[in-house]
Ligand binder design. Structure first.
Ligand SMILES: [Zn+2]
Ligand SMILES: [Zn+2]
Length: 351
């Protein structure tokens, strides 16, 4: 094995962040770590916002980004017994400390010291936009040989969607709505279709995303550019409002729709996060006695996501619309930022 690899590294020039693909040393797996030869990497909204924010600290200068990844085990560090070298794996990018009160209760998604692979938000952990990545062994999950690297790189968003569904504590007979039919929203639609007997309603501003939502199981789709989302969702629920609404966009308008469309004593699952702060009407939250339930990352849903994708219960293939080679990583980020204009859902980088 050579000692250097190609890696997409963030640097700053004239006040803005750029990406340069450089030769850097291949990381050596330390004790308890696994070296992974990366195959595919998906770009996430958090990557796009962190990278294009010139002052944002989550994607700092010198960082190799990328946390949605699939690859093959290349080497095992001291004390690691598996998966075997050559085994295909998906990455769980949330590195939990294992010792804080949350971790001790099994709630790793809210670990007090959580770090994320490919993020410089708390600590500095290089990501998967490189030929190799060394990660703690518990961050790699074996996947079937038959699973594509494209699917492997979408396991993380699917696990996050599965966690959001778990946070909703569904009764099973209710109608649900998903605000935003992006990659996570389309995972949610598929998961919810098999979990509830009521309607699955999807909303978006893109006709092509809504067509895909229908194909993947949504009973009703609402184009927010053409129709009043709150009014349609009320009509579809006999004027009562939707029992559980998943917000998967993250801006003022869509959180406001979720709060407007949810029924009395209903639940809004807060997942979308484009802005650090959203402004929403307060009174409906009080007067309808609604619950707003946050969701971040995943707990034990990664293995569940692997099984769902492997059995075809969730089809991840239509989510990937654009693929760039590692050398064009910066173009991939431009495509992800302009996703709406080019009809992109998930942009991936082939390493
Ligand atoms: Zn992500
Ligand atoms: Zn912890």
């Amino acid at each position: 094995m050579a000692d250097t690899m190609r890696a997409a590294v963030v640097y700053k020039r004239e006040g803005r962040k750029r990406i340069e693909v450089r030769d850097v040393p291949i990381p050596q797996p330390g004790p308890g770590e696994v070296l992974v030869r990366v195959g595919r990497v998906g770009l996430c909204g958090s990557d796009v916002h962190g990278f294009f924010d010139p002052d944002g600290t989550s994607r700092a200068e010198g960082l190799i980004m990328g946390h949605e990844a699939g690859g093959h085990v290349a080497a095992l560090g001291e004390g690691v017994t598996g998966p075997a070298v050559g085994a295909p794996v998906a990455l769980d990018p949330q590195v939990a400390c294992g010792t804080c009160p949350q971790c001790r209760s099994g709630l790793v998604s809210i670990c007090d010291n959580k770090q994320v692979i490919g993020s410089s938000l708390r600590g500095f952990r290089h990501g998967a936009l490189a030929e190799y990545i060394a990660v703690p062994a518990r961050q790699v999950h074996p996947i079937p040989d038959t699973m594509s690297m494209a699917d492997a790189a979408s396991i993380e968003p699917l696990a996050n969607a599965a966690h959001a569904v778990r946070r909703a504590a569904l009764a099973g007979d209710e109608t649900v709505a998903v605000i935003g039919a992006g990659a996570i929203g389309l995972c949610l639609v598929q998961l919810l279709r098999s979990r509830v007997t009521g309607l699955v309603i999807a909303t978006d501003v893109s006709a092509s995303h809504l067509r895909l939502a229908s194909e993947l199981g949504a009973d009703v789709t609402v184009n927010a550019l053409e129709e009043d989302v709150v009014q349609v969702l009320r009509e579809k629920t006999g004027g009562q409002g939707v029992p559980v609404v998943f917000e998967a966009v993250g801006i003022d308008a869509t959180y406001t729709q979720a709060i407007g469309a949810v029924r009395k004593r209903g639940t809004v699952i807060a997942f979308g996060a484009v802005q650090d702060t959203v402004t929403v009407p307060l009174l409906p939250i009080l007067h309808k006695e609604i619950s707003i339930v946050g969701s971040t990352g995943a707990n034990e849903e990664t293995a569940e996501a692997v099984a769902l994708a492997a059995t075809g219960a969730v089809d991840l293939r239509p989510l990937v619309t654009h693929i760039f080679p590692l050398d064009k990583a910066e173009e991939a980020f431009e495509a992800a930022r302009g996703a709406a204009a080019i009809g992109a859902i998930k942009v991936q980088v082939e390493v």
